[in-house]
Design a protein around this ligand. Structure first.
Ligand code: F6P
Length: 341
């Protein structure tokens, strides 16, 4: 069998571990060949091939990033994109694709599967918002990075009697904010799942600082939003690709806190630090299990499914149940974060 392999969407820690697992298990256990494509679905559309032999994956288990490169490219929404993908798969005589990606890449995978291609998905995203799986590759490492940052900010906040606002990633779901907020003992956690009221944030901080403390840690997910009928002053400036280059949510929250409390306030936007670097053991193990399970799924003749962690077990879930859906932080976790604040 000839297996095609891509990593798509935002990178994260653990992608190389997944590539390694697919190549090792496919070659070693079944004698399959693996053809990588550079830069996600874009590389498939452009026929940008990167053959993957056993030698190519030596020493990559602990490396961050992805040796295949990645891009946000969805063939079904690009003119001629789907035809180009199908033409490459035929030219390269690919029997099945394994796609490591987040919601966008997996959605594209399910559309490609509808065109008769055998496709297996593997979930990865630091945002942890892929539906159907308890965990995605990259999340654990990102939470670790964010927690470590909060721990470090704690000591400097206390020394200077400051409010420290730390913005973490999470456009549509606040998994990193809530988990790192709990692990780091943040005073306030703002996540997209629970729109916030700036008046309340200000009241809470003032009360805390009057009562006993002279410092506070506020964790803000980049996608946190003010509650209906309330607003955050201060503007956001977008770059040429619609990306935020100034005035991110954390910066705006920090500006509002400084102005309305008079407390000395600083902001740290963690950004892509959360995506880079060495994967924690948990992400290496998850990536290895998913890579193994994807190859096994092909051996069983399965297609249009995604590897998923369900409790302690790796299972297969239909891509159609995953695509276009978002796994949001449950109320219970939000409640823990706010009760312990
Ligand atoms: O989707 C993962 C993610 O890390 C988001 O949390 C973040 O908003 C986005 O990627 C940033 O993407 P880019 O790499 O395009 O800056």
């Amino acid at each position: 069998m000839r297996i095609g392999l891509i990593t798509g969407g935002g990178d994260c820690a653990g992608l190389n571990a997944a590539i390694r697992a697919v190549v090792k298990h496919a070659h070693g256990s079944y004698g399959h060949s693996v053809t990588g494509f550079r830069n996600g679905w874009r590389g498939v559309a452009e026929g940008d091939v990167r053959p993957l032999a056993r030698d190519d994956i030596r020493g990559v288990l602990a490396l961050g990033g992805t040796l295949l490169g990645t891009a946000r490219f969805h063939p079904h929404s690009e003119p001629g994109g789907m035809d180009a993908v199908l033409a490459t798969l035929e030219a390269e005589r690919i029997d099945a694709m394994i796609c490591v990606g987040g919601d966008g890449t997996l959605h594209a995978a399910s559309v490609v599967a509808e065109h008769g291609v055998n496709v297996i998905g593997i979930p990865k995203t630091i945002d942890n918002d892929v539906e159907g799986t308890d965990a995605s590759i990259g999340f654990e490492t990102a939470v670790h990075v964010a927690t470590e940052a909060i721990d470090r900010l704690h000591t400097t906040a206390e020394s200077h009697n400051r409010v420290m606002v730390v913005e973490v990633m999470g456009r549509h779901a606040g998994w990193i904010a809530v988990q790192a907020g709990i692990a780091g003992g943040a005073e306030i956690v703002l996540a997209p799942e629970a729109p916030f009221d700036m008046d309340r944030v200000v009241r809470t901080l003032k009360h805390r600082h009057r009562a006993h403390a002279s410092f506070s840690i506020v964790v803000v997910a980049e996608g946190a939003v003010p509650a209906e009928g309330t607003s955050l002053d201060f503007e956001t400036r977008l770059g040429p690709h619609g990306e935020i280059i100034a005035g991110s949510t954390g910066e705006r929250v920090a500006a509002a806190i400084a102005e309305r409390t008079g407390f000395e306030t600083r902001v740290t936007v963690l950004g892509h630090v959360q995506r880079g670097g060495t994967p924690l053991p948990g992400d290496r193990i998850l990536a290895s299990r998913f890579g193994y399970a994807a190859v096994e799924a092909l051996a069983e003749g399965r297609s249009a499914v995604m590897t998923a962690l369900r409790g302690d077990r790796v299972e297969l879930v239909p891509l159609s149940e995953v695509a276009g859906r978002l796994k949001r932080v449950p109320d219970e976790l939000i409640a823990v974060a706010s009760a312990l604040a």
